[in-house]
Design a protein around this ligand. Structure first.
Ligand code: PLP
Length: 219
């Protein structure tokens, strides 16, 4: 199946209002262009240098989403153009995004990445730490950041009950935090190639799909 056919198949399964981030990390620009020509506009990358290089050579109406772990010293590489940083997992990173977005005179959408999976290695806020950080009010005084919602990666397992538990946890966290941030807080980013149909059951508004569109990544 071509990239276009795979995309069309996925689009047809997404309810109205659910955004698709086509995760193009490790895939060449030609493949991104195939998806672009089919009509896809939102692309996700996990490494800031790769993201900046691709953004420089590809069409300017692509909305780039940073989905991988981001070091504070790399924020400036992507701040001038990135549409969303979906992997915000520390107060230092929040502060740096505010600083760099202000320099570029932009407002950057962010998602708070929360750790709900079993693996210790997974990134994201511990929910208690995130609650404490939100309670400081720091996020409410950053005019160049718009907090759009939460993101997580479910446990990597064949046990569907664990994946469902993770999605229920993040869904509960999304509902818990929503009143603090108000109307702009509308994004629950869950679901990847293997688990997005389940994520949709838990109210995902943004799925992040790589392999099912572009095939296996060659690292
Ligand atoms: C790589 C990645 C994806 C896409 O994973 P696939 O299994 O290829 O669909 C989604 N989200 C994040 C955060 C990723 O790093």
């Amino acid at each position: 199946m071509s990239i276009k056919e795979r995309l069309e198949r996925i689009w047809s399964t997404l309810p109205e209002g659910v955004n698709l981030v086509a995760v193009s990390k490790f895939h060449p620009a030609e493949h991104i262009m195939e998806a672009y020509e089919a009509g896809q506009r939102i692309f996700g990358e996990s490494r800031p240098q790769e993201l900046a290089a691709k953004a420089a050579e590809l069409p300017k109406d692509i909305e780039w989403s940073m989905i991988g772990h981001l070091q504070t010293n790399k924020v400036k590489l992507i701040a001038p153009f990135v549409s969303m940083i979906a992997s915000v997992d520390s107060d230092r990173l929040v502060a740096e995004i505010e600083k760099q977005a202000a320099k570029c005179e932009r407002t950057i959408d962010i998602l708070l990445e929360v750790h709900v999976a079993d693996e210790e290695t997974k990134s994201g806020w511990d929910i208690e730490e995130l609650r404490s950080f939100i309670a400081t009010g720091a996020l409410d005084t950053m005019p160049h950041i718009r907090v759009r919602g939460v993101m997580t990666i479910a446990t990597n397992t064949d046990d569907e009950s664990i994946i469902r538990r993770d999605f229920q946890r993040i869904r509960d966290i999304f509902e818990e935090l929503k009143p603090h941030f108000g109307k702009a807080f509308d994004t629950l980013s869950i679901g990847m190639s293997d688990d997005y149909p389940i994520a949709l059951e838990y109210g995902s508004t943004m799925v992040r799909i790589g392999t099912a569109i572009f095939g296996a990544r060659v690292y």
